[in-house]
Design a protein around this ligand. Sequence first.
Ligand code: NAI
Ligand code: MG
Length: 801
Amino acid sequence: MNKIAQIFQSLDYGPAPEGPDQANAWLDSHGRKFGHFIDGKWTKPGKTFASDNPATSQKLADITDGTAEDVDKAVKAASTAFKSWSALSGYERGKYLYAIARAIQKQSRLFAVLETMDNGKPIRESRDVDIPLVARHFYHHAGWATHLSREFPDAVPYGVCGQIIPWNFPLLMLAWKIAPALAAGNTVVLKPAEFTSLTALLFAEICERTGLPKGVVNIVTGEGDTGAAIVNHPDIDKIAFTGSTEVGKIIRQATAGSGKGLSLELGGKSPYIVFEDADIDSAIEGLVDAIWFNQGQVCCAGSRLLVQESIEERFIAKLKKRMSTLRVGDPLDKSVDIGALVAPIQVERIKDLMQRGTKEGAIIYEPDGDLPNGTCFLKPVLVTNVSPANTLVAEEIFGPVLVAMSFRTPEEAVALANNTKYGLAATIWSENINLALDIAPKIKAGVVWINGTNNFDAAVGFGGYKESGFGREGGREGMGAYLKPAWEKGLKTAPVVKSSPHGEAGASATLEPRGRGTNPLDTPHLDQTAKMYIGGKQARPDSGYSRPVLDPSGKLVGEVGDGNRKDIRNAVEAARIALSWSTSAAHTRAQILYFLAENLDYRRDEFAARLKAQTGEDGAEEVALSVERLFAFAGWADKYDGAVHNPPLRAVAAAMVEPLGVLGIVAPQSRPLLGAIALLAPALAMGNTTVLVPSERSPLSVTDLYQVLETSDVPSGVVNIVTGDSVTLAKTLAEHDGIDALWFAGSAEASAMVEKASITNLKQTWTTRGLAYDLADRRFEGDYFLGKATQVKNVWIPYGA
Ligand code: NAI
Ligand code: MG
C-alpha cells in the first residue's frame, strides 16, 4: 500500500510538532539560570530549584527561590516607583500597557511554546487561548487607564500590590493581575507559581524592552514561603491571589486586621447542566472543553456533569465514544487534545482522590489505548455511580476527571448545582431560552455560560461566590478591585466609645417577669424589656438574661435581651427562609423602603425622645437623617443595576448585580439609629436579608424599629434584630456558615477578629477597623455600600444561528 492509501485506511493523524528551538535558544541565552527581576534589573541567581518540562521530565532551567530579603527589595523598589507611576496621567500609563500588548503579540509564538514546555498544556491551547487573551487583557486595560479619572473620579490606587498566581494559566494569570493593577496606577511585586515561572521571566524582558519605568513591575520567583513573605510584608497595600481555597484561607487569616486590600480567586467544582432539550452534540463538544481543556486543571472546569435522566443513557454513550477520540500526547504536537499535567505530585494527588472515590463506590471509565511515555500523562476519566457525598463529587480534583450525576426536574438540577461549597462557574445547555434564563439567576456562581462554556474576555468580570473567593478580575468590577476611595486615607482613629457604659462584667441581670406597676422601670417610656425580633416575631433571649441600658449619667433607661449563639442561629435561619426577598422586584423593595421612611418620619418625635433618653443628645437630627437615608436607598433599589458586555465573540455577557444573601450587620455604638439604618438600608435595597446587632450601648431605638418594620410591609425574616454584646455576637456571626457577608463597626482589634473568623466559609467582610466613619456623610448614600452589598454574576448568552 502506498502512504496515502495507508493514511486513508487508518485516518490517523501524522505528527505535527511545534519547534522548541527558539524557546531553547532563549533559555540558553540566560544560561538556563534565572534571578529575580527587581527594580528593572536582574538579580544574581540565589538558591535555586528546577523548573521541569512535565511532558519529558527534563529540566528546563534553574529558578531562584526568593527569600524574605528579596521580597523586601522588590517591595522597596515598587514603593519608590509608585510615586512617579501613580502621578503619570492615565493616558501615559495606557500607552505603556498598549506597548506591552503589542510586544506580546510580536513574540506570541515564543510565549506559547515556552508556556507549553514549562506547563505541559497543548500548544493548540497556549497558542489559541492563553496568549491571545493575555494580549487582549493589556489592550483592554490600556483603555481603562486612559479613562480612569472620568470613570472612577474619587478613586486612588492602593499602592504596592502583592500578586501570587498559580501554575495552570501562568502568563494569563499574570496578565489578569498586572494589567488592571498598572492601569489603576499601582506598582506590583508578582510571584509566579514554582512549577511555571518561565513566561513571567520572559514577560520581565518585555517590561524592559517597552521601557516600563523601573520598579513598576517586579517579579520574584519562589515557592509558598516566598508567597507568604509577600503576604506578610507590611508595606504591601493589597494582595491579589489565585490558587487553592486552602491557601486562600491562610492568606485571609494572615491579612486580617492589616487593612490590606484583598481579592481571592480560588477553587471550584462547577456544574455542567444538560437538559433533555439540549443540542446534544454541541453539549458534548462543550463538555470536552469544559473538563479536558488544560487537562482539567482549570478553576472553573465543568467537572460535575448533571444530565437530565431522560437523556442520560444516550448522552453518556455519546460521551464515551467522544472520549475515545481524544488524543493524549506530546503537548508540542499541534493535533494533541490533552497534554501533560503540571507535575508528578499533581498526578499522585489525582490518583489518590480517584482511589478514595472508588472505595466509596464510584465507577471509573477510561477509554482504551495507550498513554505516551512519561509520568505526567493521564487519560480522560468519567466517573459514574456517585452520590453527592462522594469525595470525587465534593472535592476539587483539578485533573481530567469528570463526575456524572442525573436529575429529573429543573428544581433538582438547581439544588444539585448549588450543593457545593464553591461557586465559581456553571454551564447550562438547553434550546429553551426561557428555561436557561430561569435557571441562570438561581445558580450561585460568578459566571454562567448558556449553550457554551469557558468563554473569557477582559471586558467581562470573572470571579466566585462562596468559597471560590471574592473580587472580580476583568471588566469594570476588576478595575474597581485595584482602586479605593480617596477619602479613606483621611479617616481618623475613632474615639474609643465604651460599648456599654456600665462596664463588661456584671452587666446582666436575671430577666424576671414583672407585673405592671410593681416594676420601677414601668414608666410610660420604659414599660418592659425590649424584645429581640426574629422571623417577624418578638423573641425573648435564649439565655433568659437581660442587659440594662443606661443613659450617659448612668441612669437606667431600659433593658434589652442578652442575645447568644442560639438567638443568632434562629435569626440566621429566619433570614435564610426569607431569601425570596432577593428575587422580589426592585420596585417592590423600593416601595417598602419608602414606606419605612414614611412610617419612621411619622413617629419622629417618639424616636427622637428615645434617642435623647439613651445618648443625651438631641435625637431629632438623627431621626431626620435616618429617614433621609431610607429614602435615598429606596431610590437606589431599582437603579443600581448591571451592564451588557460585548466580548469579541458572537455572544453577549449580561453582568447581573445580585445580593450577597444573608448579611450580618453589627452597627456602631454611637448614633445608634442612623448607624444601623445607614448599613441596613443599602443591604435591603439590594435584596439581602439581614441579622442586625444594634449598638450595644444604646440599642432601644433599633428594638423600637420592629413596629415600624411591621407597619411598612417588610416581610418576616428580612430584618432580624438580636441585642447583646456586640463583639461576642460579631464573632458568632463571623463563624456562622449561614451568613454570607458581615459588616462590623468597632475597634481595630475586634475588626481583625471578625476578618479572621470569617474564613469558615470565606464570607466577605467590611469592618471599620477602629476608624471614624461618619455615616451621616452623604458619600455613604451611594455606591460605596451598594457595591459592598452586591456581587456581579456574568451570564454569557450566545447569539446567531
Ligand atoms: P497553591 O494554592 O498552593 O499555589 C498557588 C500559589 O500560591 C503558588 O504561587 C504558591 O507558591 C503560592 N503559595 C503557596 N502557599 C502559600 C502561602 N502560604 N502564602 C502565599 N502563597 C502561597 O496550589 P498548589 O499547591 O499549586 O495546588 C494544589 C491544589 O490547589 C490543586 O490541585 C488544585 O486543586 C488547587 N489549585 C487551584 C487553583 C485555582 O485556580 N482554582 C490554582 C492552583 C491550584
Ligand atoms: Mg515547569
